[in-house]
Design a binder for this molecule. Structure first.
Ligand code: FEO
Length: 167
């Protein structure tokens, strides 16, 4: 089946957007590592890996439907956020941005009556609900704990990562 030129362009852009998230979370992981927050650093490294997987899903979908993949430049991520709380807030803002991007793609597929793409995007619509929710939980936890109790946040995140790893 043929995707419209617009759908092809927007899906290719989303590959770069997801890889931009990968790069952003990797930068955040490095900054947290340098601050000595090793658990939060590995949490963000894991988030980064998930973003790369998201990019690959878009790439493989384009290949599956026989629509050209055109990789775009990925902008350098922001550095020097300054604190774990600012990093988590920026990650939440990023997830809200990605959610808007996914919704725009879904709206385009609806307008074009492109049912395969709309069906493909359903996984991402659901995934964004989960990603925004878990990042918002972390942001609220961080806010309640305050800068002086970040080690408690790390202990909670470590437990959650262990549970997720088992699941
Ligand atoms: Fe691929 Fe976290 O959005």
């Amino acid at each position: 089946m043929n995707l419209s030129d617009t759908a092809n362009q927007k899906l290719n852009e989303q590959i770069a957007n997801e890889l931009g998230s990968y790069y952003l979370y990797l930068a955040m992981s490095c900054e947290l590592h340098d601050m000595g927050y090793k658990v939060l650093a590995s949490f963000f490294e894991r988030q980064a890996d998930e973003e790369r997987e998201h990019a690959m899903k878009f790439l493989e979908y384009l290949q599956e439907v026989g629509s050209p993949v055109r990789l775009a430049a990925i902008p350098a991520p922001k550095h020097d956020f300054g604190s774990p709380a600012k990093i988590v807030q920026a990650a939440l803002d990023n997830e809200l941005l990605v959610t808007r991007q996914i919704h725009e793609l879904a709206a385009l597929a609806d307008r074009e009556r492109d049912y395969p793409t709309r069906s493909f995007l359903t996984w991402f619509v659901d995934e964004q609900v989960e990603e925004v929710s878990s990042m918002r939980d972390l942001q609220q936890l961080m806010e309640r704990a305050g800068e002086q109790h970040i080690l408690l946040v790390e202990a909670r995140v470590a437990r959650q990562m262990e549970e997720k790893g088992k699941g």
